[in-house]
Write a protein that binds this ligand. Structure first.
Ligand code: 3PG
Length: 212
């Protein structure tokens, strides 16, 4: 049975942001994520390889694969066709949100301001990617945005790493944290799966410590 998207993200509280340049990386990457204890992957549409990589990774039952950097409906359609179980966008694009909802696919649009949040709520979604989190004021901004929008859960992304992860996770409105630090491009290019597995396992460990 496929893993339920929001429950899986909520349970693991991490969303690794991945840019795959070569589809040969897809299978070993899927294994490294699962072996590291994290059944999630956001494969960004920033490379030609992304759709096929999603197709390959989506074949792993133990992995809940989504597509990131979705900017328009065509990309959303292709990602879903390839097996993406959820979509992530850097901004709030009402037509993309409407399309995802019409296909019953969870979508986490990016927000950085109260106006963005208002648009996302009007489009019917309330789990939002706070992006780029650190550049837009980090936790202090997230706390300030939570005031007028208590119904929103955030997935802060952008500038998050092993050092600041725990402080974000401690905030009650943070569902999960996204980021590329676990699956850096250079590690994929080098095929350094042991390091990917170690970083993923390290992040999983940090989440457990943050909960205790
Ligand atoms: C994203 O697309 O979500 C970001 O590029 C991730 O940001 P990071 O590389 O700072 O983690």
């Amino acid at each position: 049975m496929p893993l339920p998207v929001q429950d899986t993200i909520q349970r693991h509280r991490l969303l690794p942001v991945i840019e795959i340049q070569d589809i040969a990386q897809a299978e070993p990457l899927a294994k490294a994520l699962v072996d590291g204890g994290l059944p999630l992957a956001e494969v960004t549409f920033r490379s030609k390889a992304a759709p096929e990589a999603i197709r390959i990774m989506a074949a792993f039952d133990a992995l809940c694969v989504g597509a990131g950097t979705i900017l328009n409906v065509d990309q959303a359609r292709l990602a879903i066709e390839c097996g993406a179980r959820y979509l992530v966008s850097p901004g709030t694009y009402p037509e993309v949100i409407a399309f995802a909802r019409s296909r019953q696919i969870p979508i986490f649009p990016g927000i950085a301001t109260p106006t963005d949040i208002g648009m996302a709520l009007a489009a019917g979604v309330d789990v939002l990617k706070f992006f780029p989190a650190e550049a837009y004021g980090g936790l202090a901004t997230l706390k300030a945005l939570s005031g007028p929008f208590p119904q929103v859960k955030f997935i802060p992304t952008g500038g998050i790493n092993e050092q600041n992860l725990a402080s974000y996770l401690a905030h009650p409105k943070v569902l999960a944290c996204g980021g590329s630090w676990m699956v850096e491009k250079s590690l994929l290019a080098a095929g350094n799966w042991a390091e990917v597995r170690a970083r993923v396992a390290g992040a999983v460990q940090r989440v457990k410590q943050a909960a205790s």
